[in-house]
Design a protein around this ligand. Structure first.
Ligand code: TXA
Ligand code: MG
Length: 345
């Protein structure tokens, strides 16, 4: 199959790209689309054979459920059953964060096909903020299933090029909407009725941070026990070895942790590229990529994270060595991805 890239450099090109993507979705086919987080691989969520094409192109196991993107804020009522006791906080979260990078796990209505949720009673829903995705889903007029547009187990793509490297020949179209503005996959939460206030459990940390969720309830971020998850890969959404580059990666806690092996070629993923942090001068690195040069901005590191890691991954290194990043804001999401990538699978 020939994979085409549709650009969106002008209004005319955008109109054409939107038209082609919508036609593919309507015909029960798939297309890679830009979102504000990472590129997604989209299909009509209500058409099971179309959704199956996503699993096939990504080589994703059927037990790993997909995120459903909704065309309007209030579409949640059409596709999910929000329990009465959490209605208030759910509506507050939707009003505050949609359209945007927050995904809610909610009980699903029967219209959502089994193939989308791996048979689970719940469905993951969000409303995307990217203007091109927005135009496509508005014109399509229904819910769109779209996981990240990478091969299963590989790095999420934040550019059309990165999608091409992983899915060329497996999908008909990539709509190039430029680099993703947030750069990390959406924050996934489950809301339950707490004693004094609602409990917001973060299942996957992302661009919407603990700090931003706090006004809406008691926020719980479980540090998943990665070794247990590794031995129980059937728990959906909990796969430990998940975001791995193809090059082995290790995450350091301090510069003292690193002892190079003779003859190996190492690349450094640095937080801010400062000698005073102790990592740059540690070794004659083959390659260095810096997430947020200068004094370091954690939000900027999040935006550039997958792009920089993807670059190091293409250099044929023996190992990527990652500096730790600050454990706050989107730093939590970056650290989680680095920890998962560092697990030898
Ligand atoms: O930012 C994003 O969320 C991107 C863009 C494309 O929207 N999408 C994305 O999808 O990251 P995906 O499929 O790569 O990650 C979705 C995660 C998976 O780990 C899946 O197991 C989990 O959400 N998930 C989906 N439905 C679930 C459910 N009902 N219960 C628990 N976890 C669920
Ligand atoms: Mg993914």
């Amino acid at each position: 199959m020939l994979t085409e890239i549709a650009d969106t450099q002008s209004e005319e090109a955008t109109r054409e790209a939107v038209h082609r993507a919508v036609s593919l979705l309507q015909a029960g086919d798939i297309a890679a689309l830009p979102t504000e987080t990472v590129y997604g691989l989209a299909a009509d969520a209500l058409n099971p054979p179309a959704v199956e094409k996503i699993f096939q192109a990504k080589q994703r196991p059927y037990f790993d459920p997909l995120i459903v993107h909704l065309p309007h804020k209030n579409s949640y009522a059409e596709f999910t059953l929000v329990p009465e006791e959490v209605k208030k906080p759910i509506i507050q979260l939707i009003e505050t964060f949609w359209p945007g990078p927050l995904t809610l796990i909610l009980p699903r209505k029967p219209v959502i096909p089994d193939v989308v949720t791996g048979g689970l009673a719940t469905v993951a829903v969000r409303m995307c903020q990217h203007p091109i995705f927005h135009r496509i889903i508005k014109n399509f007029g229904g819910p769109v299933a779209a996981p990240s547009a990478n091969r299963f187990g590989c790095l999420s793509p934040t550019s059309a090029d990165a999608v091409m490297r992983q899915l060329e020949g497996r999908i008909p179209l990539i709509v190039d909407g430029g680099a993703c503005g947030r750069g990390l996959e959406s924050t996934i939460v489950r809301v339950t009725d707490g004693e004094a206030k609602p409990q917001i459990e973060i299942l996957r940390p992302g661009p919407v941070t603990v700090e931003e969720l706090k006004p809406f309830g008691k926020v719980i971020l479980t540090e998943h026990n990665l070794e247990v998850e590794k031995s129980n890969p059937e728990a959906p959404g909990m796969l430990a070895h998940h975001y791995a580059p193809s090059t082995p990666l290790r995450l350091l806690n301090s510069p003292r942790d690193f002892t190079p092996e003779e003859g190996k070629r190492y690349g450094l993923l640095s937080y801010r590229g400062q000698e005073k942090d102790g990592y740059i001068d540690l070794y004659h690195w083959e390659e260095i990529r810096v997430l947020s040069p200068g004094s370091g901005r954690i939000a900027e590191a999040g935006i550039r994270f997958f792009h920089m890691l993807n670059q190091l991954d293409q250099m044929g290194l023996d190992e990527i060595v990652a500096e730790p990043v600050p454990d706050r804001g989107v730093g939590k999401a970056i650290l989680e991805k680095l920890r998962k990538a560092a697990i030898k699978g």
